[in-house]
Design a protein around this ligand. Sequence first.
Ligand SMILES: Cc1ncc(COP(=O)(O)O)c(C=O)c1O
Length: 360
Amino acid sequence: MTITVYPLSEDQRKPLPTPGQPLGFGQIFSDRMFTQRWSEENGWEEAKIEPYGPFSLDPSTSVFHYAQEFFEGTKAYRRADGNINLFRTIENCKRFNQSARRAVMPEVDIEHHFEAIRKLVALDHEWVPSGAGESLYIRPTMIATAPKLGLKPGGSYLHFVITSPSGAYFVDGFNPVSVYISDEFSRAIPGGTGEVKMGGNYASAVYVAQQVYDKGYHQVLYLDAVEHKYVEEVGAMNIAFVMNNKHIITPQLSGSILPGITRKSVIQMAPDLGYTISEERIDINDIIKGLESGEVTEAFGMGTAAVIAPVDKFGWKGQNMTVGSGGVGPVATKLYDTLTGIQYGRLEDPYGWIHTIEVA
Ligand SMILES: Cc1ncc(COP(=O)(O)O)c(C=O)c1O
């Protein structure tokens, strides 16, 4: 399918962020967006890149009532030579379709979806920031647009991609986060939608995030929803623990854990960096014992936003437990430096994870 590119008029061009301006996350959006519509009669049509702007939707539209939508998150990184790297974006395209299947919404052509992202980033290349730790966050989304109440498959859908220049996740350097372990709230249930990126998963987590924030922690560690015992995820990241500075364990995919692309990358590269790694069913009581004995030397979250987020403190049943010596550990640092090195093109990519867009 061809993508029609609509020109930008001078008044549709927004001012680019100035160098050094704090970008935050998801607050500024680039000049253009990709859109494509699906209907029962015609399937996908009208693929276009057009000026960024609001949609007009009927108040009865499905997405407003039943959260019938899903999304992705990937990033473009500015290389020192001025060109731009996409990191494993094709994996996001595949996961987009996994979400589509679970949401009973139309799948996209993976190559076409990737090309839409590539072309959008190439056209808006000036919006890829070049400050330390900065990137262009890319948000592919699909929403149900049928203007009627009552939920059933079919109808009409809108697939769009927007992009947002984003600041470094760790503003003051690579800092640890504190995590509260919740034995009360769950993120996802067996048979639910936790293994795909449907918006409803995130809407229900806002309450928990607020509770944990009010207790003085940055993030929440979720346990499984049945026994409240097995480790699942930390906020919107996968989690890993380091045993005795050399063996990494991460929860095995359970059906209610999102199969993260950063997690998958860490599993693949850890042996090359001299660590062993295994996917296991992890009992929180074993982690608590390991924290007490010192066997758990590090813990970290893994996700596109932070890449690697070291954890220095866990709150559990009203008590605080320090992880290792409480700072940022050597394993998290090595993984972070290697992954970000590959993403920004400072290190060679032995895995074929990078797609470079030539713009310099
Ligand atoms: C619930 C959840 N878990 C884990 C992740 C990490 O996934 P990825 O590494 O693909 O960004 C994300 C982010 O997309 C997420 O939303």
